[in-house]
Design a protein around this ligand. Structure first.
Ligand code: KAF
Ligand code: ZN
Length: 601
């Protein structure tokens, strides 16, 4: 009835106003803790989390009174709000359980964010941190033993120290999931994807992408064998995980110098140019903002520049892992990032700024719709712009490259550098939650956790630990998102859909034409295209008010995740790799009879 609709609108609006106020208070204490880890901030955050949970529970009780009525409403916009507000979340836990749950997550995150290790070359100095110290060593060192030391000690001081916290955490997480009507927390994490074929769809995407990954893996293994020798990098075995330029082997971009196909061509890593031109983190953020503005998207508000933390503050502990924050008041938005002046961090700056742009585009919506169409969309926004920024054509435009060689060999060099971050990430982006879903569902038992992790790391990534692992280790705990309790499948989704977004925007920008060989997808740069920017904005403004297939269709014309676009982008490289591996008689894939992990039972 008209009256019912009117009452529903007023009810939801009142909850939304109060909810946003409560959200602002809770987010501020969370920010204070993440920016400055002290006992005081920890207590304030814990108290605010409990208070916010009280509000969520009160709101949920009041929404429940509408059960049987809201389903009869005709306005889908209202019904969708009620649907989302019907899931309470971890606030459904009894107070003492919730307090324990929150403290476990905060404790695990603190261990991770404050971990330090001793210097391989100077064992008495023990204050090396992940950012920037260990990241730099993994990026630049080519000393097998030094890399092994850093890889091992990082895991000793993070994963090992939170293994028992994680056991308790999983039990409480599943208790909360069941109180919300889910079988386990893994199922509750998939709720925002609103699809009962989601897991199968992901498996299908991986099947389509695995062949390309295997070709790249074989090629890189040969290059690493040339560098480190056959004893360490065998012809047919998995690659030792600590040689890939990254603490988790999730991005191999930093060993590009070992893998470059045509070395006599100009290097595409513009880090040296950024340093020599005196780039600062501030300049990197302004460069990114200029790109969004050139697309007719929204500039950062003054509060952003006032309150963001874009350089690592000295003399205090903080969570350095990058993040973008929405303070639920349509005006305070911040990034916290310990930015290094490197090309990799310029990409991360765009990633984080993409989150803020999404926030700005949907800030007018009710709170329950102030999310990505699905979590993968939120992760994709900034990366889409970074696909344009990474092109030699764009780097020339902004003065970070002083020449662009437009020939097939330079093309292969460029595509390989992109594949070393985009294709190598895919199995990693998939396996993190493959592992966590099995842990939450109980398919992987506690005394199998670490060896199940290495089964997946071997099977999907074709890597092995430099030293044998056991169940005394907890290697998943050495990656931010596990102690940080952040789902990860969103990044796998993002790495697929960002190429679908890129293709749609490139067509709108007139930068891509399937029939014009001079306009391939990997050469497209959408900057200054208001047609592309408006199309992207139209999708971002929806937030999560429409189901994600509909949001995807508005931008790309299709309703499904489609791996053929990323394969089209890398097609020239895929053909080249197959030929090169063939020519060198490379074994595609990996095998081993080594015991990578012993389950001490
Ligand atoms: O973790 C990140 C970037 C941090 C973030 O922007 O995704 C951040 C993670 C986070 C931090 C604190 C609480 C929750 C999540 N996510 C956000 O800031 C965020 C998340 C959802 C909505 C809006 C912002 N990237 C992933 C994967 C990745 C993505 C892109 C390129 C390379 C690698 C990683 O580094 O492994
Ligand atoms: Zn992100």
């Amino acid at each position: 009835s008209e009256q019912l609709e009117e009452d529903a609108r007023n009810f939801l609006h009142e909850l939304d106003v109060k909810g946003s106020e409560e959200c602002t208070v809770a987010t501020m204490t969370s920010w204070n803790y993440a920016s400055d880890i002290t006992e005081k901030h920890k207590k304030e955050k814990a108290a605010a989390e409990l208070k916010y949970a009280e509000w969520e529970k009160e709101a949920w009780e009041r929404v429940r009174k509408w059960n049987g009525k809201w389903e009869t409403l005709s306005d889908p916009y209202l019904k969708r709000q009620f649907k989302f507000m019907s899931i309470l979340g971890t606030a459904a836990l009894p107070k003492h359980d919730l307090e324990k749950y929150n403290n476990l997550v905060t404790e695990m995150s603190t261990v991770y964010s404050t971990a330090k290790i001793c210097d391989y070359k100077n064992p008495r100095s023990c204050k090396l941190e992940l950012e920037p110290d260990l990241t730099k060593i993994l990026r630049t060192s080519r000393d097998y033993d030094e890399l092994e030391h850093v890889w091992k000690m990082w895991r000793y001081n993070t994963g090992r120290r939170i293994r028992d916290h994680y056991k308790l955490f999983v039990r409480l997480a599943n208790k909360a999931a069941k109180l919300n009507g889910f079988d386990n927390m893994g199922d509750m994490w998939l709720y925002p994807y609103e699809s009962d074929t989601f897991r199968d769809d992901l498996a299908e995407l991986w099947q389509q992408l695995n062949p390309l990954y295997q070709q790249l893996h074989a090629y890189v293994r040969r290059k690493l064998r040339q560098k480190y020798g056959e004893h360490y990098v065998t012809r047919r075995g998995p690659i030792p995980a600590h040689l890939l330029g990254n603490m988790w082997a999730q991005n191999w971009g930093h060993i590009y110098d070992l893998a470059i196909p045509f070395p006599h061509k100009a290097s595409l890593d513009v880090t040296p140019q950024m340093v020599s031109k005196g780039y600062t983190p501030r300049r990197m953020f302004e460069l990114s903002e200029e790109f969004f503005v050139s697309l007719n998207l929204t500039r950062m508000p003054p509060e952003f520049w006032q309150h963001s933390i874009i350089e690592k503050p000295q003399g205090r502990d903080l969570v350095c892992h990058a993040s973008a924050w929405d303070f639920c008041n349509a005006k305070d938005f911040r990034i916290k990032q310990c930015t290094d002046v490197t090309m990799n961090d310029l990409i991360t700056v765009h990633h984080e700024m993409g989150h803020i742009e999404y926030y700005l585009q949907y800030k007018h919506l009710p709170g329950v719709f102030r999310n990505g169409a699905n979590p993968g969309f939120h992760e994709a926004v900034g990366d889409v712009l970074a696909l344009s920024v990474s092109t030699p054509k764009h780097l020339l435009k902004i003065g970070l490259l002083n020449e662009v060689q437009d020939d097939p060999e330079a093309d292969i060099n460029f595509l390989l550098s992109m594949a070393l971050s985009k294709i190598t990430f895919l199995p990693f982006g998939y396996l993190i939650d493959l592992w966590r879903w099995d842990v939450f569902s109980g398919k992987t038992l506690e005394n199998d956790w670490n060896c199940a992790w290495w089964d997946l790391r071997y099977k999907l990534q074709g890597i092995k630990p430099p030293v044998q692992r056991s169940e005394y280790d907890f290697d998943p705990g050495a990656k931010y998102h596990i102690p940080g309790n952040t789902p990860y499948i969103r990044y796998f989704v993002s790495f697929v859909v960002q190429f679908q977004f890129h293709k749609a925007l490139c067509i709108k920008a007139g930068e891509y034409d399937p029939l014009d060989p001079s306009k391939p997808l990997h050469k497209c740069d959408i900057d200054h295209s208001t047609e592309a920017g408006n199309a992207l904005g139209d999708m971002l403004q929806l937030g999560s008010s429409k189901e994600w297939p509909e949001a995807l269709e508005i931008l790309t014309g299709t309703r499904k995740m489609d791996a053929s676009v990323i394969r089209e982008y890398f097609k020239p490289l895929e053909l080249w790799l197959a030929k090169d591996n063939e020519r060198h008689g490379e074994f595609i894939g990996w095998e081993t009879d080594e015991i990578l992990c012993t389950s001490e039972v």
